[in-house]
Ligand binder design. Structure first.
Ligand code: SAM
Length: 281
């Protein structure tokens, strides 16, 4: 059996064991209340809820805090959205199945939290305002979302239950209760050639080669090419050392926007930090 199908069926049957265990303390439900069935078909993925321990770890990894805009894509019965709202986030779910949307709204009301549920197709929805995106979707859906996720503002956190997002390597993976929780930080787009200007120094040409959040490159200093040391990119935050030029080691630490500018400071041994600005050459 295909491993993805095996995971979802195992997850669904584990969830199906819960109702009998809970039935002794469950409140009787009115007959007309909609009860989804774990493993039921959805538009592009079936409905299987994320267990609470995994939800909490995903929100911890994404450092969800009061006021963050959190969006769960394919929000099912609202489990992740409601947990995020409990942390004070402005939480929103996008779910195709209208019955699940209605159920999520009821669940949020019962939990006493403010949350927003939108009925719609995640591939036709705009969630570019989110600070945090959560996913428990099929790998091919994650892969289809990859360009949209990479176009989000640098620093947006993306947390996925179980599955990866194409070839984008996670920044962190945890194992929780036999499942995986992955985290990615959307990197700024910094690949290309830059001219960095530092007070008191001739302009420096820096070539950055970027593969998702992985960075390497070199700098042209006084006609000589030096490989960048300790390059690091986390969201909009960028850092690298230029070693061996006339000024000795220069540590560049800055913030990149996607508009073609990096601003920050340069640290050189024995000198005060100096501001630098880099623009695309
Ligand atoms: C595996 S469940 C995850 C539910 C919830 N995110 C959680 O982790 O508990 C996937 C959900 O995505 C929904 N879904 C599938 N395709 C969708 C689409 N194209 N747009 C919106 N929702 C979709 C399904 O109805 C289902 O509720």
């Amino acid at each position: 059996m295909h491993p993805i199908r095996r995971h979802l069926l195992a997850a669904a049957s584990a969830s199906l064991l819960l109702p009998p265990l809970l039935s002794s303390c469950a409140q009787p439900r009115p007959r007309d209340v909609y009860s989804p069935i774990v493993g039921q078909d959805g538009k592009d993925a079936m409905w299987v809820p994320t267990p609470d321990a995994v939800v909490e770890r995903m929100l911890d990894m994404a450092e969800v805090k009061r006021g963050d805009r959190v969006v769960d894509l394919g929000s099912g019965d609202g489990t992740i959205v409601i947990a995020a709202a409990r942390r004070g986030a402005r939480a929103r779910g996008i779910e195709y199945d209208a019955n699940l949307v209605a159920l999520s709204r009821r669940n949020a009301r019962q939990a006493g939290v403010q949350a927003d549920f939108v009925q719609g197709d995640i591939f036709q929805s705009d969630f570019s305002d989110a600070d945090v995106v959560t996913l428990y979707l099929m790998p091919e859906m994650n892969e289809r979302l990859l360009p949209t996720l990479l176009d989000m503002k640098p620093g947006t956190r993306v947390a996925s239950h179980q599955f990866g997002i194409g070839h984008w390597p996670p920044d962190r993976t945890d194992e929780v209760a036999g499942r995986f929780a992955h985290l990615w930080i959307v990197p700024a787009k910094v690949g290309g050639t830059w001219t960095a200007r530092v007070d008191g120094e001739p302009p420096l040409q820096v070539e950055l080669r970027q593969n998702f959040q992985k960075l390497e490159g070199d700098a042209l200093v006084a006609g000589e090419r030096f490989e960048l040391a300790l390059p690091r990119l986390r969201g909009p935050a960028i850092r690298f050392d230029v070693r061996g030029g006339p000024a000795g080691t220069m540590r560049f630490e800055g913030t990149a926007d996607n508009g073609g500018r990096i601003n920050g400071t340069v640290l050189t041994a024995g000198a005060h930090p100096r501001p630098f600005t880099a623009t695309r050459a």
